[in-house]
Design a protein around this ligand. Structure first.
Ligand code: EPZ
Length: 440
């Protein structure tokens, strides 16, 4: 809890600037976090490249170090030495700040045959259960006991390795698919994951594991087949570009009626976002296999329903809602993946957005303009929505709660300033923050 006399960082955005130029997209957070956990599977050193500079990446490094992985950083390159990982449990205070730390359970169980990982707990957008992860590991021959907030897992009986199994996921969970896929790379026999998640980050993780000698087929489809091997060897692997960061910048261009380019991107990973943007109005041009350009236009409302990949990504819902708030006509936004991912609505309403929420559906009536206001970030993608709304709003928007934004965006202010946006990060006395009127 911040004490009264402390300063707190906020972002001040002076809206109305048109953006111009090219923005460099960083490595994908949601790929990097799973792959960092996957380095535990390797019996030798391994190197990851193109890592984004994010609070979540730092926390994942701290968690891996706490369980004995030696890590050296050189810019966006991380070198991992997982040869001497121990039984020590990842510290709860770190795990509670980074849910993705739960990804270590599969690799630790596969490497050591036993492990203890604190339950990650929920977050602002939902309860975030891990039952599908646990059931997958149990199907592979693990005894799992959950008590005092810790998941204790160990391979049954006197077996040293997990056993391949056929696993059907009740929901195509990204995390559960990743946990089971990683655990099965060192299991005895064949594992089949049915109703698997198909996100690009699953493919990236599978490619990373295969670069260490794992035998994985079908990643990116709803059925993944893994044949376990005895050990995995060193690799030097680049993380793929962040499709959610790219979509966020596409929205920034569209909402400010700006022509901007993005590089590097994998256009296929943005198919649903690009299709939705084109439906709303802007043109999206593929200038090269890894470069896209947005041509602005007038904006008209469109409906969005978030779905598992290749459906419209839940991680892009908040940012697109900010765009729809300034798009002519009515739009219906349905969030089907997480149970509490509409908290940005209240903050957008403070900026003049006309949005009504009923259950997991938000009905957005486009307004001709938003007005800058002091607003509060509630979660990572909600904070991105407030940034893009602030870029287009009339006047000053002051965004509090930057710890959310810093988890998932690598220097978003610097990248936006380079495009011509008028924004800055300043420290404000906490007592001022408790009186929003003082921030106008
Ligand atoms: C990953 O979370 C991403 N995080 C999320 O990105 C992303 O929104 C989500 O996938 C969906 O695409 C990382 O990769 C680090 P899920 P994950 O398991 O794996 C339910 C961001 O903003 N579920 O696919 O936790 C769950 O409650 C973050 O970058 C179970 O019921 O997502 C949710 O309703 C936010 N039991 C749904 O599945 C389980 O065991 C989707 O969750 C696991 C999940």
């Amino acid at each position: 809890m911040e004490s009264e006399n402390q300063n707190q960082p906020v972002i001040e955005i002076f809206g109305g600037s048109t953006l111009k130029g090219e923005v460099r997209i960083s490595g994908a957070k949601n790929s990097a976090l799973a792959i960092m956990a996957g380095t535990i599977l390797c019996s030798d050193d391994c190197r990851l490249r193109n890592l984004p500079n994010l609070a979540d990446i730092t926390r994942m490094s701290q968690i891996l170090s706490a369980i004995g992985v030696k890590i050296e950083q050189n810019g966006d390159i991380l070198d991992f030495d997982p040869k001497n990982i121990g039984q020590s449990q990842a510290p709860y205070e770190l795990v509670s700040q980074l849910r993705a730390s739960f990804f270590v359970i599969g690799p630790l169980l596969a490497r050591l045959g036993t492990t203890r990982v604190p339950l990650p707990g929920g977050c602002a957008i939902g309860a975030r259960p891990v039952d599908l992860h646990v059931r997958g590991l149990q199907a592979m021959g693990a005894d799992v006991l959950i008590e005092h907030g810790v998941v204790q897992a160990s391979v049954k009986g006197n077996r040293k390795r997990l056993t391949g199994a056929k696993i059907y996921l009740d929901y195509p969970s990204v995390g559960a698919t990743e946990t089971i896929m990683m655990a099965s790379t060192l299991a005895d026999g064949e594992t089949i994951i049915e109703n698997a998640a198909q996100e690009p980050e699953i493919i990236d993780l599978a490619n990373f594991c295969c670069s260490m000698g794992a035998k994985i087929m079908g990643a990116g489809t709803n059925t993944i087949v893994i044949n376990g091997v005895e050990r995995l060897h060193s690799t030097d692997y680049p993380i793929l570009p962040d499709r959610v960061e790219a979509a966020t910048f596409l929205v920034a261009g569209a909402i400010t009626h700006s022509e901007i380019s993005l590089y590097p991107v994998i256009p296929a990973h943005l198919a649903s976002a690009i299709a939705k943007l084109r439906e709303i109005g802007p043109k999206v041009i593929l200038d090269a296999s890894d470069r896209i350009r947005l041509i602005p236009s007038s904006l008209k409302g469109a409906d969005i329903e978030t779905l598992p990949y290749p459906g419209f990504p839940t991680d892009m819902q908040a940012q697109f809602m900010a765009l729809l708030a300034m798009s002519e006509g009515s739009s219906m936004v349905t969030e089907t993946v997480f149970e509490n991912r509409l908290q940005h609505v209240a903050e957008l309403q403070r900026m003049g957005a006309n949005i009504r929420v009923k259950g997991n559906v938000a009905v957005v009536q486009g307004v001709p303009f938003l007005s800058g206001a002091p607003v509060m970030s509630t979660d990572l993608r909600a904070s991105a929505a407030l940034v893009v709304a602030g870029l287009a709003a009339e006047g000053k928007t002051t965004i509090q709660g930057l710890k959310h934004l810093d988890r998932g965006y690598d220097d978003i202010e610097g990248k936006l300033r380079k495009l011509g946006a008028n924004l800055r990060r300043v420290n404000v006395p906490s007592e001022l923050l408790s009186n929003p009127a003082s921030l106008v």
